[in-house]
Design a protein around this ligand. Structure first.
Ligand code: ADP
Length: 247
């Protein structure tokens, strides 16, 4: 029974790999319009959690309720269509296509199947791509091959490609890894804009960036929820200090 306003409700989730519990009885809720950051030491289960939400990994037990449906029972493709977008740490764009073509092929059609590019060059699509390119700071690069973009620009392109499908929940794995300070600043602005109207869950290590973007932070440790609250609250939590300073 998700709380009013909760778009995502992870309930008593456990996943074991050869008997080792990478995620161990984890429950958490993410509200609409919330930007939640997941932190925790290496091996805490952060990536595994996102893998379960997007259907890449099957849990041993528990539920992942998203807008009234249990994602654990759905395959990856249907989870995407239900409105969940996942971005992995390494940017994955089509390097030999232009930025514009990358946006074009990420547009879903009525059947959720990619159509041939030449049917897509209508004014409406042109406008949507232009608006998205502006949103992700690539308006000047539309004609450029994606392979020629900087690492940070590829990250933005991939976020833009996910947004073309209008997901209600966006899962991002270390979106600013390898970015310059200026690109980080722009990414913080972008994420703030995205989270007005969508929910965003971000795995992030850089605490300066976490402070800049997080509405709320969840701290994982050994597959369990160690602490949750505002950045100030979790930073003052003795259990969090123990885990981070004790290592
Ligand atoms: P984090 O993202 O917080 O660094 P992960 O979710 O990647 O942590 O990993 C949590 C634990 O689960 C780690 O000990 C990792 O080695 C283990 N693990 C993750 N995926 C697998 C897998 N497919 N098979 C076996 N062990 C795994």
């Amino acid at each position: 029974r998700p709380a009013p306003g909760a778009i995502l409700s992870v309930e008593d989730l456990t996943v074991s790999f050869d008997g080792f519990r990478a995620v161990d009885g984890l429950s958490l809720r993410v509200a609409r319009d919330e930007l939640r950051v997941i932190i925790g030491p290496n091996g805490a289960g952060k990536t595994t959690l996102l893998d379960i939400i997007c259907g890449k990994t099957r849990p041993s037990s528990g539920r992942v309720m998203f807008q009234g449906r249990d994602l654990v029972r759905m395959v990856e493709f249907d989870i995407v269509r239900a409105g969940v977008g996942r971005k992995f740490q390494t940017p994955s764009v089509y390097e030999d296509l232009t930025v514009r073509e990358n946006f074009e092929i990420s547009l879903p059609n009525a059947h959720g199947v990619i159509r041939s590019l030449r049917f897509r060059r209508t004014a409406e699509i042109h406008g949507r791509i232009q608006a998205m390119a502006e949103q992700v700071f690539l308006a000047e690069r539309l004609a450029e091959k994606a392979g020629r973009l900087s690492h940070g620009q590829k990250q933005w392109l991939e976020i833009g490609m996910l947004l073309m499908q209008n997901p209600q929940l966006l899962l991002l794995d270390e979106p600013v890894a390898g970015m310059s300070p200026r690109e980080r600043e722009q990414t913080a602005e972008l994420l703030a804009r995205i989270s007005r109207g969508k929910s965003v869950v971000v795995i992030e290590h850089d605490m300066d960036f976490v402070k800049r973007i997080a509405h709320k932070v969840t701290v994982l440790h050994q597959g369990r929820l160690l602490s949750e609250g505002t950045v100030a609250e979790v930073q003052a939590d003795p259990r969090v200090l123990d885990v981070y300073l004790g290592h």
